[in-house]
Structure formats: structure tokens, C-alpha cells
Design a protein around this ligand. Structure first.
Ligand SMILES: NC(=O)c1ccc[n+]([C@@H]2O[C@H](COP(=O)([O-])OP(=O)(O)OC[C@H]3O[C@@H](n4cnc5c(N)ncnc54)[C@H](OP(=O)(O)O)[C@@H]3O)[C@@H](O)[C@H]2O)c1
Length: 341
């Protein structure tokens, strides 16, 4: 049995879902992968828990963000540096909200963990958008893993396929429906529901954030496209390199016209290579029924990689919610430690 220490940074929606996934999968991890994950610390902005085996606490599964200080082992003001010094080296699971421009506060934490020989599984996009290439180089230098499935499509294993399953091929382009909220809105508009009503429904059902600007303006898709393109091509594009148009300027008439013609409008993130020059863009596109992403409706996501030797490879699915993101973080940890065959 291989024990591995886990430090969880952030106990919001994704952090809590991650602890529940750990609780639900403990015996499967031992039996199937020979892996015993020991949750040694949970850190929030107010302090954290530090204990030998946090997963054995009876109230952990139901604990809300506000309940953490009442759990055993709570220390006000506990920070990452205290924990990295006290706990045997393992994996930092980063679940913070971070700024897309600076990558903070997550970027600094990730840098410190990598420099001290910790593996990192990241859920937030900011650090990757701001300094993805640099973080990957730091991890290589330190001889540790830096994985980020939770930040790049989460339960849709886009990064894994792009990096590992297509290894040896050259990716010459990609096309993705990478944002569940906009895809849900466009699907409802296709059914005749106006934009505002579809957005309100997405918010009511917990699909869209209370501030959905990043989604509907195409920024979330742009960041995911940027991260995937950089890791798959080992490139260093910046967010300012992505030409972005969201779905707010689409008229109901345009969507209805596409529907009458048996077509669909989708928000596509695209990496294209034209005359040796790579270009990144996000914009609504009209898809014909034969398009590989035509059937991707509702909150589903999908991506097609275009390669020189394996042809087009398409992935569809992946839960667009905190549990899907948590499962992607766990998948990354299993990839670091587990017996996969
Ligand atoms: N929600 C999804 O479905 C989804 C899917 C994929 C990826 N993601 C990404 O996952 C990340 C986490 O999302 P979320 O929805 O779980 O966020 P969230 O609910 O806002 O939770 C953020 C957590 O980070 C903690 N935190 C903030 N600043 C901190 C600091 N300086 N030191 C220590 N802890 C700090 C907060 O502490 P307090 O509890 O003290 O406030 C809170 O526990 C985001 O970057 C998001 O984009 C989310």
C-alpha cells in the first residue's frame, strides 16, 4: 500500500466536493490502485485544520465552509508554509479562486509547494493563464508532478488526451465547446427561449455563476483554450493573443434561422494553423449536422484535436460541476501515485 499525504488548499465548492470524493472512494483507491490518501491539512483564508487523518472525522462529509473551524485540529491563521514544514511531502490540491491576470493568490502557493518538492494538482485557471509554462518548467526542475485537469475542462479529460494520449503526434489545431453555461444557454435559445430567460434558468439551476460575465463574454472559453493550446503545443500564448467574441450579441433571429436550417450555433474555442502561423479565437459558429461537436448540447462540453498522424480525435462529456472538478483532481493524483495497470 502506498500512503500519500494530501494538503487541500481551499474549502469552497470544489474543495468540499474533493473531500466528499475522497471519502466515497477510499476503499476503491486502496483496492484498485494500492493507494492510501491521507488528508493531512485543509487550509482556508481564515486558518486551517492540521491532523493525522482528517478523513476519519465524522462530520467532515457534511461540513460547510463555515463549519471548518468547529472541526478537530482547527488552528486560526494556519498557513501553507507552516503545513509544508510539518507534513511529510505529498501533494498539494489547489482549489482557490484566482485572478486570471496575475494568477494570485494561487500562483504564489503553487510556486512555494513545487519549490519544496511537493506535487501539485490545480483546479484554478489563473496560475496557468498567467504562468503555465514557467510552472511546468519549475515542476520538471524539482522532479515533481504539476497536473491541472481540474482547470482545463475538469471531468472532460482534454489535457490528458492532448498531452499523453496524442504523444508523438503533432496537434495542428483544436476546436472545443469548453463552457457548459454558454452551451446550455445556446441550447435553450435553439429551443426558442430568449437569451435573458435562458441565462436566468442557468443561474436558477446553479449552472451559471451569479456573475456570468466571464462565461457569456467568452472569457472562460478563451482561458481554457489558451491553457490547452500552451500545454499541448508547449507554447507560451498570452490571453491577449486570443481573439474573443462571446454570445451576448447573438440575436434570437440568428439562432432561429440556424435551427430552421437544421444547424446549431455553438461557442467554439479554436486553435488554427494557417501558413505556419497559429491563431487562437473564440466566437459563435454555425455547425452542420455532420460536425463532430454537433450533438454536444446542454451543459456538456466537447473537444476535437486535429493531428498529423492520428487524424481528428474527439472527446465529448464530462460533468461541469464541483464534483466533476473534484474527480478530475483525484484522477490527477492517481496518475502521480497509483498503480494504473
Ligand atoms: N465550481 C466549479 O464547478 C469549478 C469547476 C472547475 C474548476 N473550478 C475552479 O476551482 C477553483 C475553486 O472554485 P470554488 O467554486 O470551490 O471556489 P470558492 O467556493 O470561492 O472557494 C474558494 C476557497 O478558497 C479559500 N481561499 C481564498 N483565498 C485564500 C487564501 N489566500 N488562502 C487560503 N485559502 C483561501 C476560501 O477560503 P474561505 O472559506 O475562508 O473563504 C475558500 O475556501 C476556482 O478557481 C474555479 O474556477 C471550479
Amino acid at each position: 500500500m502506498r500512503p500519500a499525504a494530501v494538503v487541500l488548499l481551499g474549502f469552497g465548492r470544489v474543495g468540499r466536493a474533493f473531500t466528499r470524493v475522497l471519502l466515497d472512494t477510499r476503499s476503491r483507491l486502496r483496492e484498485r490502485y494500492g493507494l492510501q490518501l491521507k488528508l493531512r491539512a485543509i487550509l482556508t483564508s481564515r486558518g486551517g485544520l492540521l491532523a493525522e487523518d482528517i478523513l476519519s472525522q465524522p462530520r467532515l462529509g457534511e461540513a460547510s465552509r463555515e463549519d471548518v473551524p468547529a472541526l478537530s485540529g482547527w488552528r486560526p491563521g494556519l498557513g501553507l508554509d507552516d503545513v509544508l514544514d510539518k507534513v511529510e511531502r505529498g501533494v498539494l490540491v489547489e482549489c482557490l479562486s484566482s485572478d486570471l491576470g496575475t494568477g494570485e493568490p494561487a500562483l504564489g502557493f503553487i510556486r512555494r509547494a513545487l519549490a519544496r518538492g511537493w506535487h501539485v494538482a490545480a483546479a484554478s485557471k489563473g496560475p496557468l493563464a498567467a504562468a503555465g509554462k514557467n510552472l511546468m518548467e519549475s515542476a520538471r526542475r524539482a522532479g515533481v508532478f504539476f497536473r491541472f485537469s481540474g482547470a482545463t475542462g475538469a471531468a472532460l479529460p482534454a489535457a490528458d488526451v492532448g498531452i499523453r494520449s496524442l504523444a508523438g503526434s503533432q496537434v495542428i489545431g483544436l476546436e472545443g465547446i469548453l463552457n457548459g453555461t454558454t452551451n446550455f444557454i445556446l441550447t435553450r435559445m435553439q429551443e426558442g427561449i430568449p437569451f435573458e430567460q435562458a441565462l436566468a434558468e442557468a443561474q436558477r439551476r446553479g449552472i451559471a455563476e451569479s456573475d456570468p460575465g466571464r462565461d457569456v463574454e467568452g472569457l472562460d472559453t478563451a482561458v481554457k483554450l489558451l491553457i490547452l493550446s500552451n500545454v499541448v503545443l508547449e507554447a507560451d500564448f498570452k490571453l491577449s493573443d486570443v481573439k474573443v467574441e462571446g454570445i451576448t450579441r447573438l440575436s434570437p433571429a440568428q439562432v432561429a434561422q440556424a435551427a430552421r436550417e437544421g444547424k446549431k450555433i455553438k461557442l467554439l474555442g479554436r486553435l488554427e494553423t494557417k501558413e505556419g502561423v497559429q491563431a487562437l479565437s473564440v466566437a459563435p459558429a454555425v455547425l452542420e449536422p455532420g460536425h463532430p461537436l454537433f450533438q454536444v448540447d446542454g451543459v456538456e462540453k466537447g473537444i476535437t484535436f486535429f493531428t498529423d498522424t492520428m487524424g481528428p480525435v474527439t472527446l465529448i462529456g464530462g460533468r461541469s460541476d464541483p464534483r466533476g472538478a473534484a474527480a478530475a483532481l483525484l484522477k490527477d493524483i492517481i496518475g502521480m501515485y497509483g498503480r494504473l495497470t
